[in-house]
Write a protein that binds this ligand. Structure first.
Ligand SMILES: CC(C)(COP(=O)(O)OP(=O)(O)OC[C@H]1O[C@@H](n2cnc3c(N)ncnc32)[C@H](O)[C@@H]1OP(=O)(O)O)[C@@H](O)C(=O)NCCC(=O)NCCS
Length: 175
């Protein structure tokens, strides 16, 4: 799997020995509270290991789920690029509906890491032919919407098309 680097960060595959960090990350309400219609904090190391196995199973030329570390290999979070779950009953429109998402440990908020990691992944994905990326944010998730704006994404307004809930939608095209 590709490793992507930026000035301060490394994006690499999730590994089993990241389980303690992943559990620490996703057991925190402040990290998961805006994820999906029914956010559920992770509870056990076994759940973390199962989640890591699912993350590693994503095998696609462009879509990936990366662990984000600093250049000194300290884990700070998660960056994903994957097809979006469309709300039940909504028509699917093909492979264009790919989302980018970010989840950082609260200890790593406020350093620009989410924006820097997403910029690096989008540069890579657009260079490999990704035609468009979306970000689906909870209407109250101002921190995530700020990341979208820092990335130069365009706000498309409110939608219920994804994840069975209202979201603020953002889009970015190559170039
Ligand atoms: C969404 C989330 C990743 C945003 O994290 P973040 O650290 O605020 O975002 P960035 O990485 O873009 O960092 C920007 C902040 O770093 C600051 N910063 C410090 N040094 C910086 C630098 N060198 N470059 C850029 N920004 C820097 C910015 O001023 C900004 O802080 P501010 O908002 O207080 O002004 C984080 O809140 C999170 O993980 N939330 C929980 C998970 C979640 O909701 N994910 C989104 C689901 S849609």
């Amino acid at each position: 799997m590709r490793i992507i680097t930026s000035d301060r960060l490394v994006l690499r595959p999730w590994r089993d020995d990241d389980a303690d960090f992943l559990l620490d990350l996703e057991s925190r309400w402040e990290v998961v509270r805006f994820l999906g219609a029914h956010p559920t904090p992770m509870r056990t190391r076994e759940e973390a290991l199962a989640s890591i196995a699912r993350r590693r199973a994503v095998d696609h030329p462009i879509h990936r789920i990366w662990a984000i570390t600093t250049a000194a290999h300290v884990l700070v979070g998660n960056l994903l690029l994957k097809p979006i779950a469309v709300t039940a009953g909504e028509p699917t429109v093909g492979p264009d509906e790919v989302e980018i998402g970010w989840h950082l440990h609260p200890g790593a908020w406020g350093h620009g890491y989410a924006t820097e990691a997403a910029e690096a992944v989008l540069a890579d994905a657009f260079s490999r032919g990704l035609p468009k990326v979306l970000a689906v944010t909870d209407p109250d998730n101002q921190a995530s919407q700020a990341v979208c704006r820092r990335l130069g994404m365009t706000g498309l307004g409110r939608t219920t098309r994804y994840y069975d809930a209202p979201h603020e939608l953002f889009e970015k095209l190559p170039g």
